[in-house]
Design a protein around this ligand. Structure first.
Ligand SMILES: Nc1nc2c(ncn2[C@@H]2O[C@H](COP(=O)(O)OP(=O)(O)OP(=O)(O)O)[C@@H](O)[C@H]2O)c(=O)[nH]1
Ligand SMILES: [Mg+2]
Length: 362
């Protein structure tokens, strides 16, 4: 009689083959995250230091919140993260709308991640509160970078003042660094004061330009070119290559007019095509050279120290202003004095004096 085969369970059919876990770790984490609606500061800090993007994003949301409770919590998280921050290079990228910032950041960011870096992309754009959709367009232009495990893209915080937005971005930088991002890009649209704000929070300032767009002189006037550590003429491709070369020569000549920078760095002018991924390696090397120089001559640390000092005073100024204008007594009196000034009953100087006295009263 034939021996009966032992009854095999269907489940054993795949013995020896590793079974996928019944649940995915990341899903469990997500569920847990949703459950713990109000994680403690310590939980936040632990997760951020472990590189947890969900917690990083939630902490940034706390920074951006206008709720004073959130603000207090965010401040405490930032303070606890501070000892683990600062180990990054911070690069400001600016240029007029359409110059190719998003396309460039996609190409440049990928170059960094390919070289083993972790890149966080933040934006300063106070106008984004009006035009919230813009980041969507951006994300499609940064298609690869968005999917990159080693990149983190955070849309610009909305806010009604540039100072407020800038401060939030600075705090966000600290959290991103604590979460292990060693390369921070700060993007801004080169149309206003935001360049100065970005300049005051980065180590290297990169200006994107177009060949023959006629805005060269404007840039010189506004002092943006003076701030630049590199001027990159983008879209140097197809039938634009020649014009880009001419622009490069023009800028090189113009830059000779400026005195040597404190950093001892001579700003570099180069061309690239973000779209065709050309010239990106050259810009990467320029940046490497810059950090080599400024870290060895002490400028890197000095500049960060100066920036901290600037932000200390800037934050005090903002807070004083905010407290002053938000006092109801001041609000009312301001209207009255405004009228009195118009009716020539008092002078702006006397009125200001009285208003300031008023703000000191309990
Ligand atoms: N030919 C060419 N086109 C480019 C290049 N870089 C960007 N573009 C195109 O220029 C257009 C604008 O590029 P974006 O990257 O969106 O420019 P932006 O500076 O981010 O624009 P805003 O977000 O509006 O300030 C897009 O159609 C890009 O495909 C380039 O190197 N060569
Ligand atoms: Mg863009």
């Amino acid at each position: 009689m034939r021996k009966k085969m032992p009854l095999e369970s269907a489940l054993k059919e795949v013995e020896g083959i590793q079974q996928p876990p019944a649940t995915i770790d990341s899903s469990i984490e997500n569920i847990k995250l949703k459950r713990s609606k109000n994680p403690s500061e310590t939980a936040f800090v632990e997760k951020i230091l472990a590189g947890d993007i969900s917690y990083l994003s939630r902490a940034i949301t706390l920074i951006e919140s206008t709720n004073p409770k959130h603000h207090a919590k965010a401040t405490s998280i930032i303070e606890k993260c501070l000892p683990f921050a600062n180990n990054s290079i911070r690069i400001g990228i600016t240029g007029v709308p359409g110059v190719g910032k998003s396309t460039f950041i996609e190409a440049f960011g990928k170059y960094f991640t390919k070289n083993g870096k972790k890149v966080a992309v933040l934006a300063i754009d106070p106008s984004s509160s009006i035009n919230k959709g813009s980041i969507l367009g951006d994300k499609t232009r940064m298609e690869d970078l968005v999917k990159d495990q080693n990149a983190y893209i955070r849309p610009s915080p909305s806010g009604d003042s540039l100072g407020g937005v800038a401060q939030k971005t600075r705090e966000t930088i600290i959290l991103c660094e604590a979460a292990g991002f060693d390369t921070i890009f700060i993007e801004t649209v080169g149309v206003g004061q935001s360049e100065t704000a970005v300049h005051s929070m980065v180590d290297f300032f990169l200006l994107l330009k177009l060949a023959g767009a006629g805005d060269e002189l404007q840039g010189i006037k506004r002092g943006i070119i003076e701030m630049a550590d590199a001027i990159v003429i983008n879209k140097a491709d197809n039938n634009n290559v020649k014009r880009a070369k001419i622009a490069k020569a023009d800028f090189t000549r113009a830059l000779h007019l400026f005195p040597l920078k404190d950093s001892e760095w001579t700003p570099k002018i180069t061309t690239c095509s973000a779209f065709y991924n050309e010239g990106i390696d050259n810009i990467y090397n320029i940046i490497k050279d810059y950090f080599k120089l400024t870290k060895s001559n002490g400028y890197f640390d000095k500049r960060r120290g100066n920036q901290n000092n600037y932000w200390l005073l800037e934050t005090i100024n903002q807070q004083l202003k905010y407290n002053f204008y938000n006092k109801s007594a001041v609000k009312e009196a301001l209207k009255k004095y405004d009228k009195d000034i118009k009716n020539l009953k008092t002078t702006p100087f006397k009125a200001a004096e009285e208003l300031l006295k008023l703000s000191n009263k309990k």
